[in-house]
Every structure is written in C-alpha cells, then in structure tokens.
Design a binder for this molecule. Structure first.
Ligand code: NAP
Length: 254
C-alpha cells in the first residue's frame, strides 16, 4: 500500500494510518462511514459487496474496524451479507486494550420492521454479553420483538420524521453507552438517513477500478438535495489500482 496524499510515500502502515485521534463531540460519537464502490458507483455486485475492493480493501476494512467502539449496520446489509459477530484478532485486541477500548466493538443493527431471520449467524444463541444491539423505533412490531428478544438486546429509540429510528437518537443511545467512535458499515439506506442529518464525520471509501453497470445502489441513497456538503481529503492511499480515501466532513463554515 502506498500513499498519494497528503504527500507521496512508498510504504504505508495501514493500521497506523487509520488509528488516528478523532475529536470528541458533545453528546454523540464520531461517525466513520466505511464503504466500497466500483468506479461507476455501484455499492454491490449481484446484491453483495464482497467483489468490490480486493485485498487492499480487506486491509483497510480491518484497520477501520480495529478502532471502532461500536459497529452500526442496517438490517438490509446484515441480511444481504449474512453478518456474523465481530471478532478482532489478538494483536488488534492488545492494541485496543492499550488505548483503553473494549476487546471487541459493540455491534448494533438498525431496523424498523425487525424482519431479520433469527437464524442469521449474528443472532446465533450465545452469552448475553455477546449479543448485538437491535435498535428499532417505537412502532416496531410486537410479534417480531418477541421472536428476536432472546437473540439480541432490543433497544427502542425515538422515531424520525419517516418513522424509522431518528439518527440523532441512535447516536445518543450509543454515546450513553460510552461509545466514542462509531463505524457505520452501511448500507446505502442507513447511510442516507445519517448523511441527511449531517451526522457522518468521516468517510473511508474504497474506489475499485471496476465497472459493472446495472442498477446497484450507490454508497448513499435517499439523502436528498440538502446533503451536498463540503468534504476534504485527509489521505489517499493506493494498492493495485484501487484507491482508498479518508475524507473528513468540512465543518469549518458551521
Ligand atoms: N459497498 C459497500 O461498502 C456496502 C456496504 C454495506 C452494504 N452494501 C450493500 O448494500 C445493499 C443493501 O442496501 P440497503 O440500503 O438495503 O442496506 P441497509 O441500509 O443496511 O438496510 C436497509 C434497512 O435497514 C433498516 N434501516 C435503515 N435505516 C433505518 C432507520 N433510520 N431506522 C430504522 N431502520 C432503518 C431498514 O430495515 P427494516 O426493513 O428492517 O425496517 C431498512 O429497510 C446490499 O447489496 C449490500 O451488499 C454495500
């Protein structure tokens, strides 16, 4: 992996490039969106993201997850990607302990309908401490709550204007639990609600030199016209033609 920006460097320590200090916000965590796109803007190939990004993306994905206090993901992505629990390797866990972080990030799934299959690997029966949070609005169906109650910690959060979980309420809940850095792993719909509310601080974006056509979503959908805001590059890395941006939301005019 080499660095192109802010200055060229032939060899980059990828873990160190993402283990940077992130400013604390008042009352909410710092939010890092972690996403991969093809050159023509697709966030999925045949309904999944695994074909996008190559080995460089796997390295960046691991480096960003390593710094997360919580990993947040939408129900659509959990189902499409058959999410399992987050399990970081021992060397990463040791570095996390050195920074005062828990061994593993808390996984939090956001859903309105709670229609998740209880047999998903993520929801496999296990110790209560290992269960993911399942964050839902007050209107989530009672029968689905009953089905999932033994597989996840159900957390009710205030609804936003569309009836889904209000993104500010989602982040306030995670902050209340002590999480300071949240890694948002998508998908495009959840990203849309977060970007619409201007609650994404950082975007770690893999750009794969591949063109796939088709109607796959972009990495953010449904955020609306007001979402066109300023971002600035913190770094740009390259490996095998794939590009890895670290972009920061520019709040200098706020
Ligand atoms: N390229 C990448 O980096 C990447 C990353 C992630 C995902 N993906 C791809 O994206 C596709 C999935 O897209 P998607 O847009 O369906 O993903 P998604 O955002 O993970 O899932 C959408 C679902 O999440 C729930 N949700 C989102 N925002 C919510 C809110 N504010 N409140 C309550 N529930 C909320 C809803 O679940 P309910 O229906 O249960 O209410 C909604 O239907 C898959 O093909 C996946 O492979 C790509």
């Amino acid at each position: 992996m080499r660095q192109l920006l802010p200055e060229p460097r032939d060899e980059v320590d990828v873990a160190a490039a993402y283990a940077v200090d992130r400013p604390a916000h008042d009352g909410r965590p710092w939010v890092v969106a972690l996403m991969a796109s093809t050159a023509d803007g697709a966030a999925a190939v045949e309904g999944r993201s695994g074909a996008i990004g190559g080995p460089g993306d796997s390295e960046v994905f691991a480096a960003v997850r390593a710094v997360a206090d919580a990993v947040v993901v939408g129900a659509g992505t959990v189902a499409a990607e058959r999410y399992g629990p987050v399990r970081l390797p021992d060397d990463v866990v040791a570095r996390r302990h050195g920074r005062g972080q828990a061994s593993q990030p808390q996984l939090a799934v956001v859903s309105g309908r709670l229609s998740l299959d209880p047999d998903l690997p993520l929801l496999a029966p296990g110790p209560a401490a290992d269960r993911p949070l399942l964050i839902h609005p007050p209107a989530a169906p009672a029968d689905r709550r009953a089905v999932l109650a033994s597989r996840a910690e159900l957390v009710e959060a205030a609804a936003g204007p569309g009836g889904g979980v209000d993104p500010s309420a989602l982040l306030a809940e995670l902050h209340r639990r002590g999480h300071r850095v949240v890694v948002l792993e998508g998908g495009p719909t959840l990203n849309g609600t977060m970007v619409a509310a201007d609650l994404v601080d950082e975007l770690c974006l893999t750009l794969d030199p591949m063109v796939v056509g088709g109607l796959a979503p972009r990495i953010v959908v449904g955020a609306g016209p007001g979402a066109a805001r300023a971002w600035c590059p913190a770094h740009l890395l390259e490996h095998d033609g794939a590009l890895f941006w670290r972009l920061l939301r520019d709040r200098s005019e706020a």
